[in-house]
Design a protein around this ligand. Structure first.
Ligand code: ACO
Length: 425
């Protein structure tokens, strides 16, 4: 099979095929508009559209497979540290000992944010959503570390972004609590440093509990990349105009915030809380989700790509049990989540539509047990997704065939008509 045939307006067109390393096939429609004299492909929501080719992440939604650069998510979750996964996604290979040491050292050295940027936090209300703070602060990094065409400078900005985003996230949490900010410590690892900046207080010594460090490491790895999802596509879209790294990633953070994407983790907990406050009648909420006249959806259920089970949700379900047991936390919301999942998985509506729990369903339960407030959940997701966004931005930038992203449309508005003077309207 080397081509596909399209018959349009009585004429045959031969379309080339593009095949990926896992046998995925794309029909090449790049010349369609030109060859047919104007016809375009129509695919709102891009469910059948390949926007690029990419060597970063492979997903098989039918089989529930997720791999970063060829490594299965289950193995990475069990054996890797998040910093290794950052290196893998961004530079294409797992680091050897020396590379890991050097990469970790650079990430540590760039963790501080410019003192002037600290003043920005004073301008926000205590109630400001930390996602609003994160996206604007990341965009503001471009004011301190200007764009450059030099590969060395670009790489330095990548390291700066990875290193500083967690400081910004921790400072925004401290701001919301009314607590003084805690500076990073060069003795700590990437994940320990973040937890330290989140939970330490100047009045007492704080040691990062291993269980929190391990849980954070797992959560960050599971969120690290997911190929051309909404936020990554936003990063590529903005980056395709050759906008700088910081503003392209800021666009990704904003896209992630929506409740149909990364914002779902906050909504899951709000939903579970709502169900508990309503007498824990989860069956009523399953019925509401099925009712087409009711806008309610089961948050944390369903996925555009996974039609079997989200492999990340499977890992997180187990991790939720383990982390809560180790922390000695008994969370009634976890019981509601388990029951909701059980009912939904057996219900014809969800079975027919292949609706399974996604990554956001159990992550919030773990964040809660770790002591992270609900409004910070999507920020945690963003920190995990950073290396994926960066890897895609870098891949797109280094690809000489990249063109500015500019989709077409089918216009459905008025045809040409003369202007009507105000006296005649
Ligand atoms: N609850 C109830 N019904 C649902 C749900 C849900 N959570 N999700 C999808 N459906 C139904 C739809 O109503 C639709 O039914 P129909 O065929 O009878 O019209 C069918 O399942 C297909 O749904 P779509 O909205 O067409 O699926 P799409 O691929 O466009 O959306 C999405 C995927 C956005 C994830 C959707 O499942 C959803 O809204 N889920 C809840 C929000 C959520 O958890 N988002 C996080 C996703 S993971 C991530 O981004 C990290």
């Amino acid at each position: 099979m080397t081509s596909a045939k399209l018959t349009y307006d009585g004429k045959d067109y031969e379309l080339g095929l593009i095949e990926g390393t896992e046998g995925e096939v794309g029909i090449d429609t790049r010349k369609l508009r030109k060859d047919t004299g104007g016809a375009i492909t129509y695919d709102p929501g891009y469910g059948n559209t390949g926007s690029c080719s990419s060597a970063i992440t492979f997903i098989d939604g039918e089989k529930g497979i997720l791999r970063y650069r060829g490594y299965g998510i289950e193995e990475l979750a069990e054996k890797a540290r998040f910093v290794e996964v950052c290196h893998l996604l961004i530079y294409g290979s797992l680091p050897n000992e020396q590379q890991l040491e050097e990469f970790s050292r650079r990430l540590t050295l760039h963790t501080l944010i410019h003192e002037d940027m600290k003043k920005f936090f004073e301008g926000y209300a205590a109630s400001a959503h930390p996602m609003a703070i994160l996206s604007t602060m990341v965009a503001s990094l471009s004011a301190y570390y200007p764009d450059s065409a030099d590969d060395h400078d670009i790489d330095l900005n990548i390291v700066r972004l990875l290193a500083k985003a967690k400081t910004i996230a921790a400072f925004s949490y401290k701001k919301s609590m009314g607590h003084p900010v805690i500076y990073p410590s060069n003795d700590l690892s990437y994940t320990q440093n973040f937890l330290h900046m989140l939970f330490a207080l100047p009045v007492e010594e704080y040691r990062v509990p291993t269980v929190l460090d391990e849980a954070l490491n797992l959560l960050l790895i599971l969120h690290a990349d997911h190929e051309q999802n909404c936020s990554t596509s936003a990063v590529r879209m903005v980056g395709s105009s050759q906008a700088n790294l910081f503003v392209a990633i800021s666009a990704g953070i904003n896209a992630l915030w929506g409740p149909l994407h990364g914002g779902a983790n906050q909504k899951v907990i709000e939903m579970l809380r709502g169900i508990r406050n309503d007498g824990s009648d989860y069956k009523k909420y399953v019925a509401k989700a099925k009712d087409k006249d009711d806008p309610f959806r089961l948050m944390g259920f369903g996925h555009r790509v996974y039609k079997n089970y989200d492999p990340r949700a499977r890992l997180l379900k187990k991790a939720a049990d383990d982390v809560l047991a180790e922390l000695g936390v008994d969370d009634p919301l976890l019981d509601i989540a388990r029951e909701l999942e059980q009912v939904a998985l057996e219900d014809g509506y969800f079975v027919e539509r292949n609706l399974y729990p996604n990554v956001d369903f159990y992550s919030g339960i773990i964040y809660r047990a770790m002591g992270i407030p609900t409004e910070m959940f999507t920020v945690m997701f963003a920190l995990g997704r950073l290396p994926g966004w960066i890897a895609h931005w870098k891949e797109m930038r280094e690809d000489p065939t990249t063109r500015i992203h500019r989709p077409r449309q089918i216009y459905t508005g008025e045809n040409s008509r003369p202007f009507v003077p105000i006296s005649e309207r």
